[in-house]
Design a protein around this ligand. Structure first.
Ligand code: BES
Ligand code: ZN
Length: 631
């Protein structure tokens, strides 16, 4: 009711706020002020949150988070503050700190991607805005898990996933990477559970279930994160460690033993780690990503626990984000490659520092293969222009930018630059880039300007920067990666393709442990779709790919099996799809099933998805629904 009453107030307010004023002319001098973020409704350039305090309770009975988001605002002179919300219930909005007074607010129409703007009537000198709210069952950030979906199976679990624009579905705020805030939180959870955030964290459970958090460094909204479950802390050094369910603690300690060395290597490359503590929280299998770089507390999927430390490049990746992404942040989701391309490049440098160039090249080679496949799909798809680094995702879901272009083309751009200018100069340039832009956001255009001014012009280097960034496809000067070890695996696969039974005869003793994960991936990729189910059966007999402990190998193997028509593995594939929600490990499988000429595969996929979908986070669930034509 209240929402209608105040319409006229807002109509006038918005007209006024769109007129020019002196603030705007100052702003025009500043390049970043000229960019807008089409994925946020907020008027953060007129008025912005500087500090957010959350006072919330996490209720596992009703599966809701409810409480107050207390926003401390900058000096502004504005009559309206606009926040982003999505599927939230807003109970009331007040102004003031100790003496709160109710104010009018209006919630705009819902947009499927962006959610709804919350427009709050304020005074030009308003400093504090308090939004009383609760989440709903339509929330897209939150994943509520029954005990059966955890490792311990005794306690429920809940975690948030904010990137790219989902934070607004659990906190009403200005959900744009262009505004950075500090935050604090008072969080109440059931007393048998522990709460952790992307902030200073407890090391032990509190008897009352009450936790207090502080993040004193300024971060964008997408990096606010919370996880609640039966967690225990295992330190790996005095500044890093792992939060996991107690049942996984020993495995984590083994798998991530190199983490302290990774942090040192990263610091040697690009300067001091700025976030004091680097911990990881191992979430349930439904977590839609391998890792998410929430500052001070990377979230990770337990599929990383391969038992042989073969998937630790994901840890190097999330650690690298502590510089690229968290310290220097993409201004908008069109600049996403600045986060991910830099991070994949940096991840590879950490891998090289720890494990040598041969291993680093193996990773880069696999990524380059992925990129070629992605390029082919995209060039024949709906948006061939998305093969540019700089994207134009206005009116589209920023999730659509999450492709190998940002990650791998981005990293190869930097590798090619490195080759051209030499590693020494390039490293010095990157170190300075992180230092001079620390705790800031940056657009592609500003980066290009900085690159020319600080690296290319002083060294009189000609480089096709514009082609790399603003043109589709991969430029001809892209560096080539070779890997003798992976070539050997392709040759082995070729022998199989040509009918040689490599598992009988001279290579008969080939064992799973003879090669690392990435080598087996290259082997599986080298196998032709024309091999027979019988050949796959033989390989399985020898190497047990179908029931591998390594979900990356399983995912690659199942995709080939679908194309070949090798159905023996279906029970294992079903088990994998029921358990794992990491999107990258399931979307390829569902895509093969959906595209298969054998239409029984699509039916099988739909049946499995119907049972598995409650085990997936919204992010994976919606991707799979789209693949299966259910959206
Ligand atoms: N920040 C990303 C995950 C992400 C990106 C979530 C965009 C939502 C929107 C994270 O750092 C990431 O890239 N994870 C990868 C790691 C891999 C490339 C090593 C993953 O989960 O697979
Ligand atoms: Zn990343």
């Amino acid at each position: 009711m209240r929402e209608f009453k105040i319409l006229s107030f807002f109509a006038i307010g918005l007209i006024l706020s769109s007129c020019g004023n002196s603030e705007e002319s100052t702003a025009k001098k500043n390049r970043s002020a000229q960019i807008s973020d089409s994925h946020s409704y907020s008027n953060f350039k007129k008025i912005n949150t500087t500090h957010l305090h959350l006072d919330i309770e996490v209720d596992f009975e009703t599966k809701t988070i409810a409480g107050v988001a207390r926003h401390e605002m900058n000096d502004h002179h504005s009559n309206v503050a606009i926040f982003d919300t999505k599927a939230l219930e807003i109970q009331k909005v007040t102004l003031g700190k100790d003496n709160e007074i109710g104010t009018d607010f209006e919630i705009g129409d819902a947009n499927e991607i962006l959610g709804r703007p919350l427009k709050v009537k304020i005074k030009p000198d308003t400093k504090y805005i308090n939004i009383y709210y609760s989440t709903t069952d339509k929330t897209q950030a939150l994943d509520w898990l029954e005990p059966a979906l955890t490792t311990g199976k005794k306690h429920p679990f809940m975690y948030t996933q904010g990137q790219a624009i989902l934070t607004r579905s659990w906190i009403p705020l200005q959900d744009t990477p262009m505004n950075r805030i500090t935050y604090s939180a008072d969080v109440k959870v059931p007393s048998e559970l522990m709460a952790v955030m992307s902030a200073e964290n407890p090391k032990k459970k509190s008897a009352t279930g009450e936790y207090h958090f502080k993040m004193n460094q300024r971060i964008p909204a997408y990096l606010i994160a919370l996880a609640v479950g039966d967690l225990t802390y295992t330190p790996l050094s005095d500044r890093c460690g792992i939060y996991s369910e107690p049942e996984l603690a020993a495995e984590c300690e083994y798998e991530f033993v190199d983490l302290p060395k990774m942090i040192e290597a990263a610091e040697n490359l690009y300067g001091t780690y700025q976030w004091d503590q680097f911990d990881m929280a191992i979430l349930p299998y439904s977590f839609p990503f391998g890792g998410m770089e929430n500052p001070r507390l990377t979230f990770a999927n337990p599929t990383l626990l391969a038992g042989d430390r073969s998937l630790v490049s994901v840890v190097a990746h999330e650690l690298a984000h502590s510089w690229s992404g968290n310290l220097v942040t993409n201004a908008t989701w069109n600049d996403f490659w600045l986060n991910e391309g830099f991070t994949v490049y940096f991840e590879n440098r950490i891998m090289e520092a720890l494990y040598g160039k041969e291993i680093a090249d193996i990773h880069a080679f696999i990524e380059r293969q992925d990129l070629s496949a992605t390029l082919e799909d995209m060039e024949n798809g709906k948006h061939p222009e998305d093969t540019q680094l700089k994207l134009h995702l206005d009116a589209r879901d920023p999730d659509e930018g999450l492709t190998d272009i940002a990650y791998v083309k981005g990293a190869f751009f930097l590798r090619t630059l490195e080759k051209k200018v030499g590693r020494k100069k390039f490293d010095a340039f990157l170190k300075q880039y992180f230092k001079s832009h620390a705790f800031q956001t940056i657009s592609t255009e500003s980066f290009v300007e900085y690159l020319r001014a600080e690296l290319l012009e002083p060294n009189k280097i000609e480089f096709n920067v514009d082609e790399w960034i603003y043109q589709p496809g991969i430029p001809d000067n892209c560096v080539k990666i070779r890997s003798r070890r992976l070539e050997r695996m392709s040759e082995l696969a070729q022998d199989v393709n040509e009918g040689e039974m490599i598992f009988i005869g001279s290579d008969a003793d080939l064992k799973r442990d003879d090669f690392i994960t990435q080598e087996w991936l290259a082997f599986i990729r080298g196998l032709s779709d024309d091999i027979t189910p019988q050949t796959m059966r033989e390989i399985d007999r020898k190497l047990s790919f179908s029931m591998s402990a390594n979900s990356a190998i399983k995912s690659e193997w199942y995709q080939l099996a679908i194309r070949v028509g090798y159905k023996d593995m279906r029970p294992y594939m079903k088990e994998h799809l029921m358990k794992v929600g990491r999107r990258w490990l399931i979307e390829g499988i569902y895509t093969e099933l959906a595209n298969s000429k054998d239409t029984s595969n699509l039916k099988w996929a739909k049946d499995v998805f119907a049972k598995a979908k409650d085990n997936y986070h919204f992010v994976s669930r919606s991707t799979v629904a789209e693949i299966l034509g259910e959206k």
